[in-house]
Design a protein around this ligand. Structure first.
Ligand code: URA
Length: 189
């Protein structure tokens, strides 16, 4: 089965699992399954739930603008979240919600096999790098469980503070070079 087929199967399995927490729409993720870069946020918000698409609200517009500004197309990357249904009142995802969705995110990553994962914000970052601190570690390249990871600030945090915005945009500009660096590391391994 190709990646599209495998992702479809995974989506259907999720839809059939009535044990998964939260009752809002399942926002599975979108983009190119053959992407090099996989962006992973926290959980869908109100507009994401309504449109059943990840990162389509204000944060999403900022994310998507930055993707385009470095010369990439939104359709070339893949965008999803660690928790795939909207928590009530946009509260932080609970540890048990993150755990419940974990097997599905793991399989989604295995199917896509991106060159690099960009977790957006501390919840997503700590999913991959439990010891990392967002202010200290955003923009750094990590290798964990055979995955290359570059955590970044959540775009919502960038919208709240100009210094965070500057860092967020700077990290984006560095992404193409980071991809080249990953290629080099892979060659020497
Ligand atoms: N914030 C997230 O973390 N994910 C979305 O899809 C939208 C906003």
């Amino acid at each position: 089965m190709d990646k599209v087929g495998e992702l479809k199967k995974l989506y259907q399995e999720m839809m059939q699992n009535s044990q998964l927490p939260l009752r809002t729409n399942l926002v599975f993720g979108e983009g190119n399954p053959n992407c090099q870069v996989l962006f992973i946020g926290e959980a869908p918000g109100a507009l994401e739930d309504e449109l059943v698409r990840p990162f389509v609200g204000r944060s999403g517009q900022l994310l998507r603008k930055n993707i385009r500004q470095i010369g990439w197309k939104e359709e070339d990357v893949y965008i999803t979240n660690i928790v795939k249904r909207r928590p009530p009142e946009n509260r932080d995802p609970l540890p048990e919600e993150i755990q419940a969705y974990k097997p599905y995110l793991s399989r989604q990553i295995e199917i896509i096999r991106p060159k690099v994962i960009v977790p957006l914000g501390r919840f997503s970052m700590n999913y991959f790098l439990p010891e990392a601190k967002i202010t200290r570690d955003q923009g750094r390249l990590f290798e964990a469980n055979k995955l290359f990871i570059i955590p970044m600030f959540h775009p919502a945090a960038a919208l709240r503070a100009t210094n965070v915005m500057a860092q967020f945009e700077e990290n984006f500009k560095r992404l193409p070079l980071a991809l080249k660096k990953i290629e080099e590391i892979k060659k020497t391994n």
